[in-house]
Design a protein around this ligand. Structure first.
Ligand SMILES: [Fe+2]
Length: 241
């Protein structure tokens, strides 16, 4: 962006005046971006993509502090996600790109942002498409439903014996996620999830810290026994795939 300093506002020649007029929308957008996360945008008002990224970066940077609270982070990031203007031009290309994936019989992934402390991805599920139960090693996740309707089950790992393929998973959440709603997980709570779309659904996933080679390597996928250990229980046997 060009620099606009005090001189531009004092010296108002005609070209300068016209230039300022042209620049005003950009200046306003810059001010909105800069201020949105410091309380100048009314509470609950929608925020643009830049302000959203700025807010998430601010919250995710706290993961390097001793006082880092994953619970507080996912709450703060959820609030930002709920306020994100999904029609922001910064998201337009990604939404256009996933259209090409319609009918390909698999979940489509479109990267939106990758920074040191987090990354954001657009996912597209067609009706009935599902992702098998999997964990997110030492990560937090905030999942915003951008369109459609998807069923989400979350689990906590109860027991894992060394050298054994079988584990026990406790169902700790079962939600129907609709547009504008958010699902969260931390490294200790609800870390394992499985999702199945009721209709064409698009999700915006925010993971902090971001995936890297080690995290991908340490990821686990499970085959879940749909029946609980006993009637009324939420504990299921699962086998590592
Ligand atoms: Fe996941």
């Amino acid at each position: 962006m060009d620099d606009y300093d005090r001189r531009h506002f004092i010296k108002t020649s005609l070209p300068g005046f016209l230039g300022l007029g042209l620049a005003l929308p950009q200046l306003t957008a810059f001010a909105t971006r800069a201020n949105a996360c410091q309380g100048r945008v009314p509470v609950g008002a929608s925020i643009n993509w830049d302000a959203f990224l700025e807010g998430v970066a601010h919250e995710a940077a706290k993961q390097h502090l001793d006082s880092w609270s994953e619970r507080s982070y996912v709450q703060a990031a959820s609030q930002l996600a709920r306020r994100l203007n999904l029609k922001d031009p910064g998201l337009e290309t990604a939404f256009q790109n996933v259209v090409a994936g319609l009918g390909d019989g698999r979940i489509d992934f479109e990267p939106l942002e990758k920074q040191r402390d987090f990354h954001v991805t657009l996912l597209q599920f067609e009706k009935e498409e599902a992702i098998l139960p999997h964990n997110h090693p030492e990560m937090t996740g905030v999942i915003l439903c951008a369109s459609g309707e998807i069923e989400v089950w979350n689990y906590d790992l109860l027991e894992k014996k060394e050298q054994e393929e079988e584990v026990l998973l406790e169902e700790t959440g079962h939600d129907l996620l609709r547009k504008g709603q958010v699902s969260t997980l931390t490294s200790r709570e609800r870390n394992i999830h499985t999702l199945q779309a009721k209709e064409l659904t698009q999700l915006i996933d925010i993971f902090a810290p971001p995936y890297d080679e080690e995290k991908i390597e340490n990821s686990s996928w499970y085959e879940l026994d749909p029946d609980p250990l006993q009637e009324g229980s939420r504990v299921h046997r699962a086998t590592l795939r």
